[in-house]
Design a protein around this ligand. Structure first.
Ligand code: AMP
Length: 331
């Protein structure tokens, strides 16, 4: 079984994103917050104890959530693994989880995090309160306590999982739900191979799987990260593009970018500063051109002619392009 943690402050959108990720990878989504709210709604003894703590924005005791989690690990069948949302939330819980898993001969496969600022946490929770009517979203005081609890008790987990080489972060600030989802799905692809401690073979089987995932993706493309974790500050990835996928013309100001076509056929298009196309290089297929070294600072994009697989590498980890590094091309 695989064990993934969806991490992030309250209001980061973990619950919103979990469904699509869990479905894509056949994982059982486990939200300890939802389990506790169900206990409260059912009026169980556990629910009665948890209610006051939750409504104050405090954490329930570790043994309570750990009991629920262990029960689920033992009783769930038919999934490839678990997507834990809202657990672990303290260092003790993280260490206990490691112990629970090692007793089962398992481990945490990856931690995928959605990061937003305190200001955005407040806005998102206020918005959610209006829609879902959660008791712990209602008062300013409870929200402040949840933010403080997050910083004091939960944030240290970032360092814990970073040290273990298992932490991958998506920036959830100022992006719509779909953009964040695509980024998270890409991160999942990355954890899947780099955390198994084996080498990744880039073969037809992998390419076929990625081709399928890219087809299912809203933007018709995926990035498959080849690094070992976020500490690796290079960009080394496979990009899979279906025809019709759009890559906005952009530039990398601090490094060349090397692009090598592995399968398929695509045009590499270069622009000048005015957004006018100045060169089009047909690559792959039987063109006899296998790739290019794109000069530092050059505006470029690719236009796939069929499903295309490329390797891209440059100095500096992949990040979403800043506004000033995106070009609006002129017709
Ligand atoms: P959530 O839906 O994840 O925001 O959780 C709602 C509330 O449930 C939290 O503010 C806590 O009071 C409680 N809770 C959920 N998960 C945990 C956990 N792992 N440890 C302690 N308390 C939790």
């Amino acid at each position: 079984m695989k064990y993934y943690i969806l991490f992030g402050p309250p209001g980061a959108g973990k619950g919103t994103q979990a469904g699509a990720i869990a479905e894509r990878y056949n994982l059982k989504h486990v939200s300890t917050g939802e389990l506790l709210r169900a206990e409260i709604a059912a009026g169980t003894t556990l629910g009665k104890h948890a209610k006051a703590l939750i409504e104050a924005g405090s954490l329930v005791p570790d043994y309570v959530v750990e009991g629920m989690i262990e029960h689920l690990f033992s009783s769930t069948r038919g999934y490839a693994g678990f997507l834990l949302d809202g657990f672990p939330r303290t260092l003790e819980q993280a260490k206990d989880l490691d112990k629970i898993l090692s007793d089962r001969g398992e481990k945490v496969n990856g931690v995928i995090s959605i990061m937003i600022s305190d200001e955005t946490i407040r806005q998102r929770i206020a918005h959610r309160a209006a829609i879902e009517g959660r008791a712990d979203d209602a008062s300013e005081e409870t929200i402040s306590n949840r933010i403080a609890t997050y910083h004091e008790r939960t944030e240290p987990l970032i360092e814990y999982y970073r040290k273990a080489g298992k932490y991958f972060e998506a920036d959830g600030e100022g992006k719509d739900i779909n953009e964040v989802r695509e980024e998270l799905l890409d991160l999942f692809l990355g954890t899947d191979k780099s955390l198994q401690g084996k080498h990744t073979v880039i073969d037809d089987k992998l390419l076929d799987q990625l081709q399928e995932l890219a087809h299912e993706s809203a933007r018709l493309r995926v990035n498959y990260d080849l690094r070992n974790g976020e500490d690796d500050k290079s960009q080394r990835m496979l990009n899979i593009f279906w025809p019709g996928s759009k890559t906005e013309p952009h530039r990398h100001r601090s490094s060349n970018e090397t692009i090598i076509v592995i399968r398929g056929e695509l045009d590499l298009i270069l622009f000048n500063d005015e957004g006018i196309e100045v060169e089009r290089l047909h690559m792959g297929g039987d063109s006899g051109i296998y790739g290019a070294n794109i000069t530092k600072g050059a505006w470029h994009t690719v236009e796939p002619k069929e499903v295309s697989f490329v390797f891209t590498g440059k100095e500096g980890a992949w990040t979403r392009n800043a506004k000033e590094d995106i070009l609006v091309p002129k017709e």
